[in-house]
Design a protein around this ligand. Sequence first.
Ligand SMILES: [Zn+2]
Length: 331
Amino acid sequence: MTLPAPSSLPWQRATLERALALKTAGRLPHAILLADAGQRDIGDFVMQLVMLLLCDAPAGLEPCGGCEACRLLLAGTYADFGLVTLEVDEKSKKQSKNIKVEQVRELIHDLGLTRRYARLKVAAIYPAESLSRAGANALLKTLEEPAPGTLLLLVTHNAGRVPITLRSRCQCWNLRRPRPDEALAWLAERGLEADIATRYLDFARGDPVVAVELEAGDFAGLVGEFKHNFGRFIRGDVGVVGLCRTLLAQDADAVRRLLDLTLRAYCFRASGLDAGGGALAGADPANARELLRLQQRAGPRLQVDENNLDFQLQLEDVLISLKQIVTRRAS
Ligand SMILES: [Zn+2]
């Protein structure tokens, strides 16, 4: 592991400051549920937070990198820190669907052991919404009777899916999302012109870090290409299989994003509103309701394994449903 990047994301600083202030005052709770509304992996941020809490001599919000805790954490050998996350199968390279009870039991066992160092003992679970039911149950007792000097961090992208029995025993912290002006300023610092930044921020659903990644991969080019192919599909010049073939040549995340973007655009148009809440002509409430239902359904359905035939079938099904809705009035 490398030293976590400096806290270059201004909107995350408040959480680090809060944690550091509580540590300094000796008032850290036994358990924190850290909720992030985004979907981007925040494993690096979790490590930054843990290092900051364990470092003997942080400079502001930066861990020093040289003290015993920093050195051992960087080497992955700090005995008083445990992270439980989704396992990846060595052979198939597939990520497990949930965090297993055995993993949780091991973590609880380690938390109960005598501390090796004089610092806090920290255990983190991420993504906490993926805890199996048995795993969540196993955690309950630890949350009810925490060992002194321990901190349990439950990190989640979907706090609503973490059992209420766990949530109610944690201090709940929301990782703040960047405001649009903050995100645009951050993108400007990275050299993105305002109109490009605005466009990519929309592609990235407001996450400027994702916007930078998409811009580097010329996502706008993909959008243009997809619009062209999708238009041919709507007019009947190409069938669903042909359209899917062009899509499946892309990375699955890009495909999901393209579909989400298209569905959102149709939802706005049918609801008679633009993304800023302004009125558009041609509202069609019945279509808007159907499109919204399709959009809500499409997200989870396209989360299937992308190397699976099922991904193609789900994709075809969503595209056919979309075509049926948008061409109904025209025919
Ligand atoms: Zn340090």
